[in-house]
Ligand binder design. Sequence first.
Ligand SMILES: [Zn+2]
Length: 261
Amino acid sequence: MSVVPILQYHSVAENPPEWAAPLTVRPDRFDEQLEHLAHAQMSVVPLRRLVSAIRGGPPLPPRAMVLTFDEGFADFYWTVAPMLAARELPATLFVVTGAIHPPGGRPSGSRLPPAMMLNWRQVAGLDAYGIEIGGHSRTHPALDTVSGRTLRSEIEGCKRDLEDALGHEVTSYAYPLGYHGPTVRRAVRQAGWDSACATSDALATTSDDPLRLCRLTVRHDTPISLYDAWIHGRSARLGPPPESLSTWAWRLLRRTHGPGH
Ligand SMILES: [Zn+2]
């Protein structure tokens, strides 16, 4: 078993909307973090390579780690992708398909507050360039508080949106807000997604369930010392937490009172 930190980013921008600011990393700080990965001689591998290693495929290189980006903010195209390209680093971009708009047109709609989001032409361009495009639902609900047709739309519908737009299969999913349970994971598996990332601020390992991959969330104020500890497999729990009674009680409470953020 080896530890493979998966970092979760959102936006990389100078002036984010207020709601996104806590999860937005400034471009100079992002550059500093990428520089740090190079210095530490980390091997940034595609998420698919980790999933393959979990399923018994080729072993990963030493110091393997994964970069992921959630939502589909426009700055991924203008800021993040060129910085990754300059260092030849792979990444996965998880998009909320209801927030992606046709060039010049309106998106179908999501629960995300207003922000500059990618358009479908940019998503296709990133895909063609080699960024892995993954699904992050259609509207970004807490999936463990929805059911039936809504749950299917957010999981199967999101996959259809992406496959129609890109013309090939997509297999990596990320749970909006990180929430999932056995019912959600079953729906994800049945829809044909073969991996799914959560946000448990824990380190992933090659012996984890590929539908419960833990990520470490990089925030606007994450100190480089903590960042360094994470990439070296320290300062965070290994693998997903057990699904305890308190998790179920918490979920029931949120279902009763509506999704929180
Ligand atoms: Zn999200």
